[in-house]
Design a protein around this ligand. Structure first.
Ligand code: ATP
Ligand code: MG
Length: 569
């Protein structure tokens, strides 16, 4: 696990710098980049951002903030068949929501297509690139393996003029998809497979979401990425570890073109238990209807987490606490959940909501009386103030707060037992009403008028305090409880003949349709987190309406999965 301890650090204490911060500090000291710090976040607009991207966003934008530098947003849009404007828009939304600003620095690799083409011509002129007629399969075959060198393409020694002419004709649309490629002429025997004459342009007659039909040849990602960083004068080009052995190739391009050369630094990807962070798999989940969309609250996407009730602060704190390392590891999902719990514990307004209601009638309470009782909005934050909750003769409590044949240690309701109704009175259950099948459908109780506010003047104690909602003023709502989307810690761990989809958890969504919420929740706003007392943190769903009020449970009060028990407050 690559998690850093969080509870030993106070904000005042200067924490030790991670290895990237150390590199930057050193560069600032030596004046390597004339004191500049310029990073970028380079998503490919072929899907929605997920928690792994959040880590990269926090890192890149965070470093710029920390060192008084800049961070660009650059879309690496070199693959027209998979990219869409919808994704561009969603990515921008998500980054803004996380709390970061690229100001006027919104760039696109596709803006550099002409420059990239000129550079390809330059490589040809220098005898460092050639047009190749091998098919994709043949190129793969010729490439060799990790233990065997590759074989040179028979087209490798085409004269410069012929290469120039062919590239021009490729651009003009004279050839079909896959008929030819432009390849860098490096070294088919290199120990690094990435240097074995990689393809730098491919023919693709496809409409691009920004350049339209202007191009029918597209630069490869590996050819585009480093040069885009160079064009933008990025100082520290931060990427994940799998690009470590692509670095020599990026270096080769920059050196042979003789252009500005950023420093690439690799760090380990974020992996979280019970989550997949492959865009392809996330897209499959959406396309196959296994979730309700990219923003399904069970998805690890930023928009899913947001809809679920995650706050930007919780996600940023999680990314900070996970830390930056060079070692691949897996972070427990409970770390993410705990970041949310800690954040919401501080800010969420407490309210009362009954998820599985059981009707209670207080027999000695006047029929038409409604009292407005004081309730505290956040016991940890006096400035959150108080609110009024209505109390009346007919209430709802949780079904689980009553037991017919209760053991001694059951401190909630049972016939003959007394409990405190939060902010209200002591009540004693006197009788139950059952349906024809013998299920308890109503409790008959009495209350002690002397115990208003929850204390008995005679000093009598009750062990249990339960929440409740006055029936007439209650808001009826649907409440959605989410579990992990996958049943296995590592969703990619599949046995022979099975598929990662087989690891999907069958009951990851539980829908409760007849929940009773306190009156104040009628004006709940989306993105305002609430603590439903004793049951968890909730927020209004984005699709909620006055006809159908819907709440999502962001997270339960405590972690019921692991040993890490933290007080929910
Ligand atoms: P793809 O396989 O589609 O390229 P990707 O996850 O690399 O998927 P990008 O849009 O290219 O998606 O990623 C944008 C940036 O986010 C890259 O710099 C990438 O390194 C970083 N990133 C992606 N996934 C993670 C992750 N799990 N942890 C940390 N950074 C990530
Ligand atoms: Mg990528």
């Amino acid at each position: 696990m690559n998690t850093a301890p969080t509870d030993t650090e106070s904000p005042e204490e200067k924490r030790s710098l991670n290895f990237i911060e150390q590199i930057i500090e050193e560069d600032l000291k030596t004046g390597k980049w004339e004191g500049r710090v310029h990073t970028r976040f380079p998503p490919e607009p072929n899907g929605y951002l997920h928690i792994g991207h959040a880590k990269s966003i926090c890192l890149n934008f965070g470093l710029a903030e920390q060192f008084g530098g800049k961070c660009n947003l650059r879309f690496d849009d070199t693959n027209p068949t998979k990219e869409e404007q919808e994704y561009v828009d969603a990515i921008k939304d998500d980054i803004r929501w996380l709390g970061f600003d690229w100001e006027d620095r919104e760039f696109y690799a596709s803006d550099y297509f002409e420059q990239l083409y000129d550079w390809a011509v330059q490589l040809i002129q220098a005898g460092k690139a050639y047009v190749c007629d091998l098919t994709g399969d043949e190129i793969r075959e010729f490439r060799g393996t990790l233990t065997e060198p590759g074989k040179e393409s028979p087209f490798r020694n085409r004269p410069v003029e012929e290469n120039s002419d062919l590239l021009e004709r490729m651009r003009a649309g004279e050839f079909a998809n896959g008929e030819k490629t432009l390849r860098a002429k490096i070294d088919m025997a290199s120990a690094n497979v990435n240097l074995r004459d990689p393809v730098i342009y491919r023919i693709l007659h496809a409409h691009h979401h920004r350049t339209g039909d202007e191009w029918c040849i597209y630069p490869m990602y590996d050819y585009t990425h480093g040069e885009s960083d160079s064009i933008e004068k990025v100082t520290h080009s931060i990427c994940t570890l799998e690009f470590e052995n692509h670095r020599p190739l990026y270096d080769w391009f920059l050196e042979n073109l003789g252009i500005y050369h950023p420093q690439q630094i690799e760090f380990s990807r974020l992996n979280v238990t019970y989550m997949v962070t492959s865009k392809r798999k996330l897209l499959d989940l959406v396309k196959e209807g296994r979730v309700s969309g990219w923003d399904d609250p069970r998805m690890p996407t930023i928009c899913g987490l947001r809809r679920r009730g995650y706050t930007p602060e919780a996600i940023r704190e999680f990314c900070r606490a996970v830390g930056v390392t060079k070692f691949d590891g897996v972070t427990q999902i409970v770390e993410l959940e705990n970041s949310l719990r800690e954040d919401l514990n501080k800010r969420a307004l407490r309210v009362m909501a009954v998820l599985k209601p059981l009707k209670v009638v207080i027999e000695n309470y006047p029929e038409d009386q409604v009292e407005e009782l004081d309730a505290i909005n956040n016991p940890g934050d006096e400035s959150a103030g108080k609110r009024k909750v209505p109390f009346s003769r007919e209430l709802y409590i949780e079904q689980t707060d009553f037991m017919e044949d209760a053991p001694k240690k059951f401190f909630r309701l049972s016939v003959g037992r007394e409990v405190r109704l939060r902010y209200a009175y002591f009540v004693t259950c006197t009788d139950v009403v059952k349906d024809d099948d013998g299920n308890v459908i109503e409790l008959r109780c009495t209350y002690d008028p002397e115990t208003k506010g929850g204390n008995a003047p005679d000093g009598r104690k009750v062990k249990g305090t339960i929440h409740w909602v006055s029936s007439e003023q209650a808001v009826t709502a649907e409440v959605r409880l989410y579990d992990h989307l996958f049943a296995k810690e590592d969703p990619n761990d599949v046995e022979e003949g099975r598929d990662w989809r087989d690891n999907l958890k069958p009951n990851s969504l539980e829908v409760l349709t007849d929940c009773k919420l306190e009156r104040n929740l009628a004006d709940a706003a989306t993105n305002t987190p609430y603590q439903f007392e004793r049951t968890g943190y909730f927020c209004l769903d984005a699709t909620s309406s006055s006809e159908k009020v819907i709440f999502n449970r962001a997270v339960s009060l405590r972690n019921t999965w692991g040993k890490m028990q933290k007080k929910g407050g």
